[in-house]
Design a protein around this ligand. Structure first.
Ligand code: XIL
Length: 456
């Protein structure tokens, strides 16, 4: 059955589009045959929901000591579906004394995020900066061992809870040399980066492993080319790497480059995901934010965007007012531009490598409502599903995905997961009767199954 009801939280034009789609569907069905109808993405009203409808996440850097600020958490919980701890997973925070690990603040952020269905990016396992004193004083094979032990212990602690790790951060030099940055880690031998990636893979085989850096946005820069060459080399030699993070701190000294999309697509063409990991833009010009979002949407493997803080007052560069919310929590013009870009983003044309397994679209009703799952947009590695609930406005729907599939983002509901991570319980959150989610196929294109729908 096709839902043609207008949802009052949606713009009229969207409702018209959906009504037209419903009519077209009726026509298709009347023409005979079982038709699996792809659902046109609808417009979301928050950054996370709108990004998820595009198969992407929209995240923020979060500080543990702000989780008690309700103005802060109100925006975080409403707008974002991914979180990166701003400092709490760094080496000085997690291993302040050698061999003594403290995860209290990082765990607080992870549990805040996961209990609300947000994914977590881990930042960062190996870096020349924010090292504890004991590590700063180390060198040679002792440092190499200490670094690998750190990677192993931290990635093991968060195993299964972090979708992507910035395994190594900022290992290349600025300027025209394309050389590695000099650091105590670099002086342990040029292979320190791949050693860190291998240790991270062994400790948490399910996490995507990223290399993350800044000033790698302009395709023509030596630093960008140097990172590109390293990633290509890693892919060729089978060093485990899954993604490249572009920090994308843009300002007058390091502006948004016109060839940014080329950079994103060039990295993606190496067979890695690309993520915009620390976005902030001096004075937050709406046009530049819009360009960044559109560039990401244009590259299928650009899987998400994280802004480096929520309100301007939360920014590490607060004097630049570079974020999407004012210090008092109001949406800035850049926010509106980002939301509109996410809602108007192009849908990719890449067909699935394997057609999805078809299955019943309507499960047996449970309780006093019915949930109908339909296929949404499909990318080369992931797909969206939309579930329409009828018969209740306060509902709980249980959906199961098939391992190794993983739900990477959701919209228009409040999700929670069972311990396997494969069964999602979605509760209505006042956003209407249609919710959706993105599933990473991980090679399996089986349609997710609705297990039950209960009215409350
Ligand atoms: C910054 C934090 O925002 C600050 O609170 C901290 O004092 C220094 O680090 N690149 C990175 C981030 O990878 O970890 C940095 O975060 C910003 C630059």
């Amino acid at each position: 059955m096709i839902d043609s009801c207008q949802r009052d939280n949606r713009p009229k034009s969207t409702a018209r589009r959906r009504a037209a789609l419903a009519l077209a569907a009726v026509g298709l069905l009347a023409a005979g045959g079982a038709v699996v109808l792809p659902v046109a993405a609808s417009a979301g009203t928050t950054l996370g929901a709108s990004a998820a409808e595009r198969g992407r996440y929209f995240g923020a850097a979060v500080a543990a000591n702000k989780l008690s600020d309700s103005a802060y958490t109100t925006i975080l919980n409403r707008e974002f579906n991914s979180v990166t701890p701003e400092n709490e997973m760094k080496i000085d925070a997690t291993e302040p004394q050698q061999g003594q690990f403290t995860f209290t603040n990082a765990d607080r952020i992870v549990s805040h995020a996961r209990s609300r269905g947000m994914s977590v990016r881990g930042h960062t396992l190996a870096w020349h900066s924010q090292q504890p004193g004991w590590m700063q004083n180390m060198s040679g094979s002792a440092l190499r061992q200490a670094m690998l032990n750190h990677v192993t212990q931290v990635a093991t602690h968060f195993r299964g809870q972090v979708v992507a790790w910035d395994v190594v951060n900022e290992a290349f030099a600025d300027g025209s040399t394309g050389a590695r940055r000099d650091s105590n880690l670099q002086r342990t031998g040029n292979d320190w980066i791949e050693a860190a990636f291998r240790a991270a893979r062994a400790a948490d085989p399910g996490a995507k492993l990223c290399y993350n850096d800044y000033n790698t946005d302009d395709w023509t820069h030596a630093k960008t080319q140097a990172v590109y060459n390293m990633v290509r080399d890693f892919k060729q030699r089978g060093v485990p790497i899954d993604c490249v993070g572009l920090q994308s701190h843009f300002n007058s000294g390091s502006p948004y480059p016109a060839n940014y999309r080329t950079t994103l697509s060039s990295f993606a063409a190496l067979g890695v995901d690309v993520q915009i990991t620390e976005l902030d833009i001096q004075n937050a010009p709406a046009d530049t934010y819009r360009n960044v979002v559109n560039d990401c949407l244009a590259v299928s493997r650009c899987t998400g965007i994280t802004v480096w803080g929520i309100r301007d007052s939360d920014s590490w560069r607060a004097d630049q007012n570079p974020l999407l919310f004012t210090s008092s929590g109001a949406k800035k013009p850049a926010y509106d531009a980002v939301l509109a870009a996410l809602n108007g983003g192009t849908t990719p044309t890449t067909p699935p490598t394997t057609p999805p397994t078809t299955g019943p679209t309507t499960p047996p009703p449970g309780g006093s409502c019915t949930a109908t799952l339909r296929d949404g947009t499909r990318w080369g590695d992931r797909f969206n599903s939309e579930v329409t609930v009828s018969g209740a406005s306060n509902w709980t729907v249980v959906v199961a995905v098939t391992p190794p599939q993983k739900v990477s983002a959701t919209w228009n509901g409040t999700p929670s997961w069972d311990s396997s991570g494969n069964v999602m319980t979605m509760r209505s959150n006042g956003s209407g009767n249609v919710f959706g989610f993105t599933t990473m196929a991980n090679g399996n294109w089986t349609r997710p199954q609705v297990r039950s729908c209960t009215a409350s």
